[in-house]
Design a protein around this ligand. Structure first.
Ligand SMILES: Nc1ncnc2c1ncn2[C@@H]1O[C@H](COP(=O)(O)OP(=O)(O)OP(=O)(O)O)[C@@H](O)[C@H]1O
Length: 947
């Protein structure tokens, strides 16, 4: 016992084993609760009881044998041999054994039954334990037997035995175990102090065994033993006294150390037992039927009383002593075991009981008492409290997390207010350098200044120059804004905090500003450093615009906090704030003023040269044996309007396609397939067109192709296909934009040719079929938008003149009221119609003239599904107009004359049926900013800036 007490870890292990033992429910469930039967005489059995037949003893009542298989309600499974109690005899005295020890006042000796129960439980939990621990448990049991238990505890135990466990009784027992445990410890210590010699005796007690068995003696005990051996030898009396003094000090230390653990141990043992009883609830009760109840107990006069519980169950209280005498093997003879049966209604039950008693002729004075109880089961209680407990648990968990994570006032409730910014360590995480960012030389130049500021701040400060606080990088998605910011951190060798604007926005008020504060506080601790706020428009939208329709206070205060933090920077604090956005136009002006985001760096989609460089960066990462110079030029020419991210995606797609066909290296065809996929979407093999539909698509695409081939300012065709792609695009035609030349302006002729080419599909349908289809709606959309822009924005209509009318996407006023009068509106309509009609006439004229060629191309398309530029040259001869830019260099001949003009044209996948919102719809002739998907034209960039 003492050794358990000295070792908290041993106790912990013991407790764990107890719990383990309790969870062995499968095995244990089959074990009966073999509480010994109370050895009372069965004198209480009623006189009207059915005469006992000796041959019936221990057997089930007639007709009920089958109910329990081999066992009957009367039979009990084999109790554990170690605890099988002696069969009580009717005349056995129920009294306690004569006391051998004098008990302390307030202590009760355990009765024989209780001692046997204790032995049984100890046996139960000892299963699977190391021997040493089992011995410890035995020691606990023997002490309990020897010294008894407090009277109060004893009474509660009796109640539990009789009435079962209840939360109130459990709490009482819990409360009483603590003092008992302490008392045991003190006794143990006293005994050890009184008989020191016993420790060194040749017959070690269980405690000593435990020490050796587990871990060997502790240094203190080794010392004690050594000292005692010396004492028994020639050492003097003084040494002996010293040794004893030291030992008692040690004991005292141990005693104070283990008090808590001992009570823990007892409590755990108790809880383990409770758990066991919870897990194996059937051990104490068993359901029977009314017939079994009647035949086995009622008719034999064994029933003491009946308790109706919750109006649906009846608990049967038996005369245990009589049951034990009649059925010695039955669990019903054990204290605390009850049979119960279910009833439909209380009235029916009462009637049945009355009838049964009347049948047996029981006089009314001796009728079996029936009482009524309502009980809440433990499981119900747990279920009822479950949600509340879960809730409290969740709150505790969250608040602990907040307390541990916040590390101070910044955390706010549950750490909500802490910044979500990811910190990249400059030494390990940021490997990006400016050399990884291809193209955008001007942007790099501008941002380079921040690098030199972070590297050599003195250079600027000594001249009195104020260091710029930050820069906004704006541009379409995927153009490398984040990459550039990372490269800036990589080059300057400082930590980099990256956060998205949307991460400041939360449903709780005050979280946004709190996160901003936290972010900047973190940054200040790590100076010099760079903060990058991506998608800053999520919080930095113009406050004036937000207020329209209610506004958003939370977002506004987050923005205000950013402004304040940026103002609050000390000029010598080397924190640079970079922000990325796709919509610089919607940002609040206050963000852009000097002293905050001083610089505005626009990053546009890459030019031909930029694309070449980006391809160069990404091609290095994959295996290809192509001539890199030629390849990157060709691919750059094929991908006008692609952003850096599109290019990275294309290269990766190409590698995937090559891998799918188990190629050794990635070839040009793989890249071209990848580009087609990025532009037009996946081929839709599942979409099977009828022959008529296919013919219509072929003539539609042929119409576009012929226009592109013969109009001087239209885009030269590169490829045309009638394999459906993406969502809704039935045909697909790829045009080459001015040989890759990055044109920045579109003149009126180009626009007219583009519009005429876009209408080529429908005109071809009209010329070759009786009727037309719905597939050209997207073409009309593009043409209309371009014609409208010509009239309302580009001053290309004499009737409207040189006036700019913003559309609804550009200004809120325009969204509410048209910026022109009714009269002007009508004139605009007329002018748009006129321009579209002119384009139509131009197209029709050409296609009537080239009707034969349209037929040729369409038939070839029907046969081959895909036509390349070479096929077109084969069918139609060389294109009558010269190629532009580096077209011939990358795509071979096909044109008749040398370079002539510098124009930017786009691919036009505006095939029939691509009215659906597909990427393939990023068609020709769209005014800047109106195209969807990868912008096909280099040209419109100028217009975008003007808008
Ligand atoms: N100039 C470039 N050079 C090399 N790779 C680039 C370039 N631009 C973009 N990329 C590639 O595109 C990927 C995405 O770029 P990034 O995340 O920087 O775009 P972004 O402009 O920040 O986009 P968003 O506006 O959607 O946040 C990069 O990881 C890189 O692989």
């Amino acid at each position: 016992m003492a050794t358990i007490l000295r070792r908290p870890h041993t106790v912990a292990r013991t407790s764990r084993h107890l719990l383990d033992a309790a969870s062995l429910s499968q095995t244990l469930a089959r074990r009966p609760a073999s509480f010994p039967r109370p050895p009372f005489a069965y004198a209480c059995s009623r006189s009207y009881a059915t005469p006992k037949k000796s041959d019936q003893k221990g057997k089930p009542a007639k007709g009920t044998e089958h109910l329990y298989g081999k066992s009957s309600p009367m039979s009990s499974p084999q109790p554990p041999s170690s605890t099988t109690p002696a069969t009580p005899t009717p005349d056995a005295a129920p009294s306690q054994p004569p006391p051998t020890n004098k008990l302390e006042p307030g202590m009760d000796k355990l009765s024989q039954t209780e001692e046997e129960n204790l032995d049984y439980i100890i046996d139960l939990v000892k299963k699977g334990m190391p021997k040493s621990m089992a011995q410890e448990l035995d020691a606990v049991a023997s002490r309990l037997k020897k010294e008894g238990v407090p009277t109060e505890m004893h009474e509660v135990m009796k109640e539990v035995m009789e009435k079962g466990m209840s939360p109130g009784r459990a709490a009482k027992l819990w409360r009483l175990t603590g003092p008992l445990a302490r008392q045991h410890v003190e006794r143990e210590k006293e005994e050890q102090a009184a008989t020191p010699q016993q420790k060194t005796s040749s017959d070690p007690g269980p405690q000593q065994n435990n020490i050796k068995g587990e871990e060997g003696p502790r240094p203190q005990e080794q010392e004690q033993q050594g000292q005692q051996q010396r004492n028994s030898g020639e050492e003097g009396q003084q040494k002996k006294k010293d040794g004893q003094k030291k030992k008692s000090e040690d004991m005292f230390a141990n005693m104070t150390e283990i008090k808590f653990d001992m009570s823990n141990f007892l409590v755990s043992a108790f809880v383990a037992y409770l758990l066991y009883r919870l897990v194996v609830p059937t051990e104490n009760s068993r359901e029977i039927t009314w017939q079994e109840f009647r035949n086995t107990f009622f008719d034999k006069g064994l029933v003491e009383k009946l308790v109706v519980i919750n109006s649906n169950r009846v608990r049967v209280y038996l005369h245990r002593e009589s049951v034990a005498a009649m059925y010695p093997e039955s669990p019903a003879a054990q204290a605390g075991f009850f049979y119960y049966f279910s009833i439909g209604s209380v009235e029916a039950f009462e009637r049945r009981v009355d009838e049964a008693q009347a049948e047996l002729g029981i006089p009314s004075s001796e009728r079996i008492p029936v009482s009524y109880h309502s009980e809440t089961s433990w499981s119900n209680t747990i279920l009822a409290f479950g949600p509340t407990l879960l809730f409290i648990g969740a709150i505790l968990y969250l608040s602990r997390r907040a307390a541990s994570g916040a590390g101070g006032g910044q955390g706010g409730i549950f750490g909500m207010g802490r910044s979500r910014a990811k910190k990249f360590n400059h030494e390990t995480d940021i490997k990006v350098k400016f050399s990884d960012v291809a193209g955008m030389d001007e942007a790099k130049m501008e941002i380079m200044e921040f690098v030199s500021f972070l590297k050599e701040p003195g250079l600027y400060q000594k001249l009195g120059a104020k260091i710029p606080r930050g820069a906004i990088l704006s541009g379409p998605p995927g153009t490398g804004k984040t990459l550039l910011a990372k490269a800036t951190a990589g080059e300057s060798g400082v930590p980099f905090f990256s956060v998205s604007g949307s991460e400041f926005v939360e449903m709780f008020v005050g979280v946004g500003p709190s996160r901003v504060r936290d972010l900047f506080a973190n940054a200040r601790k790590n100076t010099p450093c760079i903060i990058f706020i991506d998608e800053i428009d999520a919080i930095g939208k113009s406050r004036a615009k937000q207020s329209f329709g209610g506004g958003n206070d939370e977002r506004e205060s987050t923005l205000n906090q950013i402004l304040t933090e940026m103002d609050g920077f000390n000029t010598s604090e080397q924190v640079v704030v970079l922000a990325g956005t796709n919509r610089a136009d919607v940002l609040d002006k206050a963000l852009m003023r000097p002293g905050r985001f001083d610089r505005h760096i626009a990053i546009d989609r890459p030019t031909m040269e930029g694309r070449k460089q980006i391809f160069n960066v990404h091609l290095k990462k994959i295996v290809t044996h192509e001539d890199l110079d030629h390849l990157k030029g060709r691919l750059a020419a094929l991908t006008p309007g692609f952003s850096g991210a599109d290019i990275a995606n294309c290269v990766n797609e190409a590698a995937l396609i090559a891998a799918r066909t188990s190629e050794e290296s990635v070839k040009v065809t793989h890249f071209e397939q990848a580009i087609e996929r990025v532009i037009g979407g996946m081929e839709k093999k599942s979409l099977v067109l009828s022959p008529e539909e296919k013919k219509t698509v072929a003539y539609h695409e042929a119409g576009h192709a012929i226009c592109g081939w013969y109009f001087q300012y239209a885009d030269p065709l590169l490829k045309v296909s009638i394999i459906p792609r993406g969502s809704g695009a039935l045909g697909y035609a790829q045009y080459l934009p001015g040989g890759g030349a990055d044109a920045v302006l579109l003149n009126m002729r180009q626009m007219m040719d583009r519009m005429a080419m876009t209408l080529g599909g429908r005109v071809s349908e009209e010329l070759h079929f009786d009727t037309v289809t719905s597939g050209a709606s997207d073409d009309f959309n593009k043409v209309t938008r371009m014609a409208t822009a010509m009239v309302t924005k580009w001053g290309m209509s004499q009737k409207i003149g040189y006036i700019y009318y913003p559309d609804s996407s550009e200004s809120q006023e325009a969204a509410l009221t048209k910026p022109f009068s009714e009269q002007t509106g009508r004139t605009i309509d007329e002018e748009v119609k006129r321009i579209v009609n002119e384009a139509y006439e131009q197209c029709r004229e050409l296609l009537v003239e080239k009707k034969k060629e349209v037929g040729l191309v369409a038939e070839e398309l029907l046969a081959k599904e895909v036509l390349s530029r070479d096929d077109m040259v084969r069918l139609l001869g060389p294109r009558p107009w010269e190629s532009k830019g580096e077209f011939d260099k990358y795509f071979g001949g096909g044109s008749t004359s040398p370079k002539q003009t510098e124009e930017g044209l786009g691919k036009n996948p505006g095939g029939i049926g691509d009215n659906a919102p597909s990427d393939a719809g990023s068609g020709s002739g769209l005014p800047p900013g109106l195209a969807r998907g990868p912008d096909p034209e280099g040209a419109p960039s100028l217009y975008r800036r003007e808008q």
